[in-house]
Design a protein around this ligand. Sequence first.
Ligand SMILES: NC(=O)c1ccc[n+]([C@@H]2O[C@H](COP(=O)([O-])OP(=O)(O)OC[C@H]3O[C@@H](n4cnc5c(N)ncnc54)[C@H](OP(=O)(O)O)[C@@H]3O)[C@@H](O)[C@H]2O)c1
Length: 281
Amino acid sequence: MKKTTLVVLGNGQVGVEVARRLAERHRVVRGARQGALRPPLEGTTPVTLDLDKPETFGPALSGVDSMFLAAPGETFQLGPLEALLAAARGAGLERVVLLSAHGVDFRPHPMQELEAAVKAGPWRWVVLRPNSFMQNLLGPLGAGLRAEGVLREPAGEGATAMVDVRDLAEVAARAFDGGFDGETLTLTGPQALTRRRLVETLSRVTGRTFQAEDVPPPVFREVLLAQGLPPVMADTLSGFYADIREGRMAAVTGDVARVLGRPATSLEAFATDHRAAFAPR
Ligand SMILES: NC(=O)c1ccc[n+]([C@@H]2O[C@H](COP(=O)([O-])OP(=O)(O)OC[C@H]3O[C@@H](n4cnc5c(N)ncnc54)[C@H](OP(=O)(O)O)[C@@H]3O)[C@@H](O)[C@H]2O)c1
């Protein structure tokens, strides 16, 4: 009999990839605020789950054996996620896999309390701490890079061991099979690259010339605020880039390879797979 696993943020970029892989072995229920799946995936069904509506927690957890838990965004309210975990305790879940992040212990962050709440059990647990996602280059943080060929960030000469979300999702899916219970896995790519090395790699793979421009941190913060980002988000992102500048995002670990039995995906392979996204406009 297949286990039933609830994927919280079942329409999120990580949730979709985790659900896709878990559906091969589990009955997968994807939490979505409106109860509609984007995209629909074979072997996955929707359930209404809104962190701001505690009345959705009980029905979403009904018949569930395990849960992939993720928090919406880098800044989030801890209370609703703790309430969801309290409901999950009542539902007798046997395993929780938490998406955390590398660097959450560098300064006060609500993820520290969320990790502690997951580790308090009574279930088996795995905490995943990925470095920043290669897929960020496909989203708003990579908009200037894709449009103009220039990556403008306050990263200095700091290197980042970016990880491919597809590797993260594969690790998350494997974590539900046991073998890594009670572990905090730090997930990175196979290399730490400075922004200069990153754009060199993109240029080599795509044949288009990309450049990296170091932006002074206060200027970057002003740009974020001018784009309409709330100050708390601008501060969180600025702190993240300070960690890069100061070399705290550069450690490469073997955790992806240890879990998957193959090397982590390189930026070169990621860029090759997404070559079309980096083509000139
Ligand atoms: N980006 C990075 O480099 C990086 C690195 C390490 C860790 N992380 C962590 O990754 C997590 C984000 O994962 P992700 O990128 O997969 O997320 P995402 O794609 O931004 O997730 C967006 C989803 O969140 C759902 N959502 C938003 N508010 C919600 C609420 N109140 N209740 C229920 N669902 C809600 C939305 O669901 P609906 O479709 O239902 O509206 C939407 O589909 C964060 O915790 C972040 O710290 C990110």
